[in-house]
Design a protein around this ligand. Structure first.
Ligand code: 13P
Ligand code: SF4
Length: 312
């Protein structure tokens, strides 16, 4: 069995040999981030996937991200280290139930958060990420009625930010829903100069006391360019690795989760299913490969392309 450094070197060699790239989300374990050609938030990763000329994209992230990469750049082979790398938010929106929901609001356009299956994207007018959600909602004329799915926390944040009356699907992310409000208040008391930075998948009472709300990339950018020193960071703990590189002098306090939660800190069990060894194996064997059914391909692609064009 290879050791960590040997896996890293073997991945680097295989990438050259096979003309492959590794795209990694900030929530991946740090060893995976270190072999990545690009690390980013959902929007950055989608843009990168759409323009790469590599023959193979190893998507070190979760299933919906790999599907998005395949939809945007179908002539590339897209592999995911482990098919079990799913997402509670995507799972909270089964396509058949979502279709019935959409059919009940025939005069509404459908805006979906990228954290959903290709089948749900195929039922959407436009996709968004947490980087561009406010702008995408605001791009519709005020009289246009809108459904927003699947994240109700991001949805409630969008209602507050845009003043629109969105019809929400009641999905949520298990990681961002687990943050403890009591512990946040205690940390704020103990660190009065700390700024609270939170991901919009967090619950409204957390976002109400946050000094900054944004996607993972935007959170990193806010912290590194801020004049402040100390930050309470409300998102998955994997982001601390890139933050320690991009904002080396800052004091970073991860926001704790409820005690009764099964995992010890704010880790996404789905993201952490991927390991360095699985990245190596999927690149070596070029499996498991992500493909999208022909019957939904064009319909699922259209709303993502619209989003990419909107954000360009
Ligand atoms: P972003 O990196 O786009 O902010 O998304 C966070 C997330 O939860 C991805 O699953
Ligand atoms: Fe899904 Fe939440 Fe994990 Fe992101 S952090 S992949 S939204 S379960």
């Amino acid at each position: 069995k290879l050791k960590k450094e040997e896996f890293k070197n073997a991945i680097i060699d295989l990438k050259k040999e096979k003309n492959a790239v590794v795209l990694a989300h900030y929530y991946q374990e740090k060893d995976i981030q270190e072999v990545a050609d690009y690390i980013g938030d959902s929007l950055g990763l989608a843009v990168e996937a759409s323009k790469t000329d590599a023959d193979i994209i190893v998507f070190a992230g979760v299933h919906f991200m790999a599907e998005t990469a395949k939809l945007l750049n179908p002539s590339r082979k897209v592999v995911l280290p482990d098919l079990e790398a799913g997402c509670s938010l995507a799972d909270s929106c089964p396509p058949d139930q979502f279709k019935a929901f959409v059919d009940a609001y025939p005069d509404h356009k459908v805006v979906t958060y990228v954290n959903c299956s290709a089948e749900v994207k195929a039922l959407s007018d436009i996709v968004c990420t947490s980087s561009n959600a406010v702008d995408i909602i605001n791009s519709f004329p005020p009289e246009q009625k809108l459904i927003f799915a699947p994240d109700q926390n991001l949805g409630k944040y969008l209602i507050k930010e845009t003043g629109r009356d969105l019809v929400l699907w009641e999905g949520a992310c298990i990681v961002h829903e687990a943050f403890s409000f009591d512990k946040l208040l205690k940390l704020k008391n103990e660190n009065p100069s700390a700024k609270v930075v939170a991901h919009p998948e967090s619950e409204p009472h957390i976002l109400d006391v946050a000094d900054y709300v944004g996607s993972t990339s935007k959170m990193i950018n806010y912290i590194k360019t801020s004049e402040h020193q100390t930050f309470i960071v409300g998102t998955e703990a994997g982001i601390l690795h890139e933050l320690s590189k991009q904002a080396p002098g800052k004091t970073l306090i991860p926001l704790p989760i409820h005690e009764d939660n099964t995992c010890a800190c704010s880790e996404c069990a789905f993201m952490k299913v991927n390991t360095l060894e699985k990245v190596y194996n999927c690149l070596l064997h070029e499996t498991p490969e992500i493909n999208i059914a022909d019957s939904i391909f064009e319909k699922a692609k259209e709303p993502i392309v619209k989003m990419i064009e909107f954000s360009a």
